[in-house]
Design a protein around this ligand. Sequence first.
Ligand code: SF4
Length: 323
Amino acid sequence: MNQPLLGVRGLTKQFPLKGGLFSGHAGSIHAVSGVDFHIDRGETLGLVGESGCGKSTTGRCVLRLIEPTSGEIKFEGKDVRALHAGELRNLRRDIQIIFQDPYASLNPRMSVAAIVGEALIIHKLTTTRRQFEERVVSLLETVGLQADHLSRHPHEFSGGQRQRIGIARALAVEPKLIICDEPVSALDVSIQAQVINLLEDLQQKFGLAYLFIAHDLSVVEHISRRVAVMYLGCIVETASARELYTSPLHPYTEALLSAVPIPDPKVKRQRVRLRGEVPSPTHPPSGCHFHTRCPIAQFPLCKSEKPALKQSSDGHWVACHFR
Ligand code: SF4
């Protein structure tokens, strides 16, 4: 079997909770609990779940922007957790990240040329001023911006244009994988489609792989080859995008999918409303983390035993005692 571009096994991240001045350690937030997934070259894995389910923490752990508590992360076969500072710098050339809020992630005092070209300087990818400018202009044009945007500052752009600047910055170092952390969540629906189309075009052109993080299944449907659904720090279902959208197995996926509007007015889908809120990751429920909200839970089994992620058909994995 070919080695995946990125392989993640048993990834776990717990954030310690600090108590009062004298009480010291006061427990942990179980942000990510034993997550497994892989991404092949040139493919997109959608990672979906409600806010706070651990998907952004997972993305940041891959880049070691957050240090994982345990688990294995392999990029092109290299053990990411064992890399020292110099090797980590090279990894961050191969893996880039784009963020949800392009405005917050762009330094308002820097010009577009400085923002997009910063990584060219850090990684010594251009040697002359002219080369630098040509490369930055070419990157701007690649994402649908123009050369006369070079000297402008982030506040002079719309949200969609700012996201394009973020994408140009990520492309500057010719990455193999981009972690797209909710890149369209802050944008209007029409602009969302433009940015997703741009990401698809860039994938075709440069053979990029994406870990595409979103809280909404409708956003990842078109761009993802496979989708992983996360709930309270765990992956509860993984399948090809087509199979997940037509034959979901996990009750949580069914609920998320029922909220996705269908363009054909003749097709009706019954809305599954989950009771209650997502429980606190400080004290995740025992057994299946979803049992407090699951419409088909059976007790005591669901409360006492955590279901393993098991294969139901080729490439379709689900963590539920009854599916
Ligand atoms: Fe629901 Fe039980 Fe399945 Fe969990 S294991 S999803 S609680 S039926």
